[in-house]
Design a protein. Structure first.
Length: 464
């Protein structure tokens, strides 16, 4: 009692009666609000209800029904009380994950995994999981897998469904809406920084550099004030952005000289990039085998060797770059060597048509599939910059040989045969199909708005 008397005295002294009454009213209002207010979802006023999905949901989605509900938020089954009986549990594959480990996370055994793997030839997609794949499990009862959905991308995948014989499989093949987008930029410091300011995806910027790689050295040739514009695809599924597609057209003004490239599929079904006159942008050889580098040592037949400290011919060009930087084949060819070779360290040698040969030395590692006898395409990643062999730091040593004689890689490109052009008979078709795209990059819009073209329009659809 003494405690309650003391508390009453304290409250009457420090808190007037009218303040206590107001606090009481506010407390009552708060209690009533919590009791009678409608329940909301965690993301706001939009409540989520269970969705009943029938056996033909996948076919309806592929025919044009709501695909996003099927692929992302599908919930299977609910009783009359609205209680969700089961749902999809999804995992995005990360580097280092394996299938057995992922099955274990959802309470499935190795035996369950092998039932799926042995169900069909399409199940081979699970043999090699890549980061970014999405695996979704529908397990109505503990340890019983009813369905497994494998998405290689938002547009492609498989659904494995349990049946009397094991598991059946249905493919997921969806088509994205393609929206061509026009962006432009001006170089004030570097191409990469200009692309960032223009909000151009890094992948599109690097692809543009590859397209013009036979004409422009983007490390040595670019200058402040150089301008560029690019038309590339954005992909949407059910009005949701899912990624970028191909470059449709690009224009680059380098030191006052304008270069233009447009994507075109010829009458034989081969797709490539051509200038406005129908000449292929794919030159016999790329100017450089790296996208990001600085030249640390030029071709010099009387160079002083940095390790041996003697005059020794430097029969190639050294490109300093961070360890792991991708190295690209400068032309189509065949791998004749992919192993260690003395002071070269890890070395790749490519034999190109005729009398041309290129060498790529001091590699940290080889790209997947690169071995003696393998065929490679121009621009394909064949290895990664390292410091193996006689090297003082991470760099690529690149050599170019003609009939077994070393040539300066930076100047020989200008002396080589150029790529072929479209035949005169095909030029009218080329000009008709690319006219609108060429007009877009010739006269870019300063506000970077979306183009009016859609995937069904002639210029966009014919150039993909």
């Amino acid at each position: 009692m003494h405690f309650f008397s003391s508390a009453r005295c304290f409250l009457s002294t420090h808190y007037p009666r009218k303040h206590l009454a107001l606090a009481s009213y506010l407390s009552l209002a708060l209690v009533l609000t919590l009791v009678f207010a409608p329940e909301e979802s965690a993301h706001g006023a939009r409540a989520i209800s269970p969705i009943q999905v029938g056996p033909n949901a996948l076919s309806r989605a592929l025919a044009g029904a709501s695909t996003s509900a099927l692929l992302k938020d599908e919930i299977i089954g609910s009783d009359n009380s609205g209680r969700v009986e089961s749902m999809w549990t999804s995992f995005e594959v990360q580097a280092g994950d394996n299938l057995s480990e992922i099955f274990g996370r959802v309470g499935l055994s190795t035996q369950d995994m092998y039932r799926i793997l042995n169900s069909s030839d399409e199940a081979k997609v699970l043999d090699k999981l890549y980061p970014g794949y999405e695996l979704s499990f529908h397990i109505p009862e503990p340890g019983k897998l009813a369905k497994l959905r494998v998405l290689k991308s938002p547009l492609e995948g498989y659904v494995f469904s349990r049946n009397e014989d094991g598991y059946g499989i249905d493919p997921i093949l969806l088509s994205a809406e393609i929206v061509p987008v026009l962006k432009e930029g001006v170089i004030s410091d570097s191409l990469f920084m200009a692309g960032q300011k223009a909000e151009i995806p890094a992948a599109a910027l690097m692809e543009m550099a590859d397209i013009f790689g036979g004409e422009i050295d983007f490390i040595l040739d670019t200058r402040e004030g150089d301008k560029f514009s690019i038309v590339y695809e954005e992909q949407y599924l059910n009005d949701e952005f899912i990624g970028n597609g191909e470059i449709l057209a690009a224009q680059f003004t380098n030191q006052g000289e304008q270069f233009i490239a447009v994507r075109y599929t010829n009458e034989s079904g081969e797709t490539g990039y051509y200038n406005q006159d129908g000449e292929s942008m794919q030159k016999a050889f790329l100017r450089t085998p790296l996208d990001v580098f600085r030249i640390s040592s030029n071709f010099n037949l009387a160079r002083k060797h940095p390790i041996l400290n003697t005059i020794r011919a430097h029969r190639g060009t050294d490109y300093a770059a961070p360890r792991g930087t991708p190295v690209r084949a400068t032309s189509d060819g065949t791998v004749t060597w992919a192993a260690r070779s003395g002071s070269f360290g890890k070395l790749i040698v490519l034999q190109h048509g005729g009398s041309f040969e290129t060498k790529y030395a001091h590699l940290n590692d080889y790209a997947t599939g690169i071995k003696k006898g393998a065929r490679v395409r121009q621009g394909q990643v064949i290895g990664y910059v390292g410091t193996t062999g006689g090297s003082t730091g991470p760099h690529l040593h690149y050599e170019f040989l003609v009939n077994g004689v070393h040539k300066d890689p930076r100047t020989i490109v200008e002396q080589l045969p150029q790529a072929i052009a479209l035949s005169p008979l095909e030029l009218p078709r080329f000009k008709a199909q690319t006219r609108e795209l060429l007009e877009r990059v010739h006269t870019p819009k300063a506000d970077n708005r979306l183009l009016s073209m859609r995937s069904g329009d002639s210029a966009a659809s014919q150039t993909r």
